[in-house]
Design a protein around this ligand. Sequence first.
Ligand SMILES: *Cc1c(COP(=O)(O)O)cnc(C)c1O
Length: 395
Amino acid sequence: MKTDIINRSDKVIAKTYNRFPIVITRGKGCTLWDSEGRAYTDFVAGIAVCNLGHAHPVVSKALSDQANSLFHVSNLYYTVPQVELASWLVDNSFADRVFFCNSGAEANEAAIKLARKYFNDKGDLRRNRIIAMEQSFHGRTMATLSATGQDKIKQGFNPLLEGFDFVPFNDIDALKNKINPFICAVIIEPVQGEGGVRCPDAEYLKDVRRLCDETGALLIFDEIQTGIGRTGKLFAYEHFGIEPDIMTLAKALANGLPIGAMLAKEHVAAAFGPGSHASTFGGTPVITAASLEVVRTLVRERVIDHCSQIGVYFKERLLWLKDRHDSITDVRGIGLLLGIKLKTDGEPVVKKCMEKGFLINCIQGNILRFIPPLIIEKDEIDSLITCLDEIFLRG
Ligand SMILES: *Cc1c(COP(=O)(O)O)cnc(C)c1O
């Protein structure tokens, strides 16, 4: 079966991913099984998606119950799960309104459109530029790619959308020099994920907020990776004592079902009136019913507290590993968004981990990223640390 699936996939699927040669067929909690029956402890979680692990029974039940009653109707009508999920998000964040869509890129598209429309409605037509960060990642659609600060993934797609300026992340003076009355928004990940698990200095985001307030620009937080408990708080902005004007969510919001959301404060959200933006599937009952159960379960089972505590433990173990191996030059991250920087290429380490039954992820060539389900336990972390220790000892 395995070779057959791999061969067929390589013939018919677009070649946009370099895939590892395993076929994953089943999951439970933090464990995945392949077609050969081999088990893997999952430190990738579908790239920070399956925060409650795989096949969570409560989520599966919410999904199937809703599927047996109503999959989808147009947003021309009201539906219950959509209202319930939006209310939960509003009650648990700075925001007053939610726009639902289907992915992270779409949520950021909505944020970019809203920021421009907000000033357009005020008659400030020239205020349409957006400052984004170097090394940022905001998605693969044309607008979100234009907002992404990594040249290598932008190559070949010109002309990109106009109106984006870039400054180095975590450099307040650079932002101060670039921000001006033509800037409608600053878009930033509170912790850069794809860019290499990069945390800002304690005061940086506060200073960004202040610069936006002083110049009138909106502040957009892309919490697509950091949101829904990943950093040890429901949203990463809670660590920094400030609030954005707009926030985007996706990845973990429905634990693996496609959903995106753009949240905003009332006066900003007001710029999206009837007909200004839309999505056929956005907030559809079957997805929002499952998502609602995801967020309720996070609270009921105290998953975010667990993430916060176990994240500290995991980071300590990674620091222990760094002390033992010169090949590790940095340990970084917060909650269960953690990374270690290597002197050498990280892919061989990923492959060796996979052979030993652990799925981990490498970004930017030499950064190993650990983004397991938030329900990961100590013994699973200890096993990975032992495995990494052996790999770094023996090469
Ligand atoms: C994954 C990610 C996106 C893109 O989300 P998609 O659902 O793949 O479109 C955008 N921003 C951040 C910070 C992400 O981690």
